[in-house]
Ligand binder design. Structure first.
Ligand code: ZN
Length: 289
């Protein structure tokens, strides 16, 4: 029995799903045409938010080796527009790498960022069917943890992200399904979600091009590199496998951005059938007082 079945979402010519690889390859390769404008250190078990102007590059770096980062992203100018993990899974894949794009929610639905480089791209798919940079799962959180362990723990990714975005006027309700950067996951034969030890080495990175002005946040997962069991009879404290991450933000030479412009949302008229339709040979709706 073949396992291969074609993707449901196929791009037409001219669709935003058809990525101009030549453009993004140049951004990734011509590193002499970029300038580091900000570097952020993210200690273990914390969250940090940062902004990126459209047309800039940012990198998530495993500064000291294997560590998972739970990543969220909003339109800086309208945080109701934010990353939509499940649609990105359908449009790009359940794990993302170079030239994949992270899409926003309805009614905005456009690429917010495009991945320009991934030092773990060669990991591919391993003997268990696992891949890196996970969109299947979501953030760890104190509510599920309480259900599973009956303990209160305030430094799960959901909480770290919540604290990180408070200075931007956002709350717990703005935290959304994440991209698990550097996280290695898959589905087993029972369709159960599994997580393996993070394969990142010191210096590994995932690099993004900001298609619009962005507010981003990341949590250094308290599970660290996920090499120990977090729940169940074999659970251990993963503190010893927690490492920091860092963020680098680069400004690009304008020459690299000739002919580029931020993507637009689809121009659907947005009526959703709220105007009452007139069907032929049918009486118009009447309201009885
Ligand atoms: Zn986590």
């Amino acid at each position: 029995m073949t396992k291969f079945f074609p993707a449901a979402y196929q791009a037409n010519e001219g669709s935003a799903l058809k990525v101009n690889k030549t453009f993004y390859k140049r951004l990734a390769e011509e590193t002499d045409k970029r300038k580091l404008v900000k570097s952020i250190h993210i200690p273990i078990r914390t969250g940090q938010a940062w902004t990126v102007p459209a047309g800039h590059i940012f990198r998530v770096v495993a500064t000291e080796g294997a560590q998972v980062g739970d990543f969220n992203m909003w339109n800086l100018n309208n945080p109701r527009e934010r990353m939509w993990a499940s649609r990105t899974r359908q449009l790009q894949g359940a794990h993302v790498s170079t030239y994949d794009r992270l899409w926003s929610n309805l009614p905005f639905i456009r690429p917010m960022a495009t991945i320009t480089a991934d030092s773990l791209a060669d990991y591919g798919v391993d003997e268990h069917g696992a891949r890196v940079h996970d969109l299947l799962g979501t953030r760890c959180d104190p509510y599920i943890n309480k259900l599973l362990t009956n303990e209160d723990f305030d430094f799960h990714c959901h909480s770290n992200l919540t604290r990180a975005i408070l200075p931007y006027g956002l709350t717990e309700f703005d935290v959304h399904d994440v991209l698990n950067v550097f996280q290695c996951t898959g589905l087993n034969e029972n369709d159960d979600y599994f997580m393996k030890a993070c394969p990142a080495k010191k210096g590994d990175y995932l690099e993004f091009f900001a298609e619009i002005d962005l507010l981003c946040a990341i949590s250094t997962c308290p599970g660290g590199d996920l090499s120990v069991h977090l729940w169940g009879p074999d659970a251990e404290d993963p503190l010893k496998v927690c490492r920091p991450l860092s963020i680098e933000i680069y400004e690009l030479d304008s020459e690299l951005l000739t002919d580029w412009e931020p993507p637009k949302s689809p121009d659907y008229k947005g009526n959703h059938g709220l105007g009452f339709p007139k069907w032929e040979d049918q009486p118009e709706a009447k309201t009885t007082p």
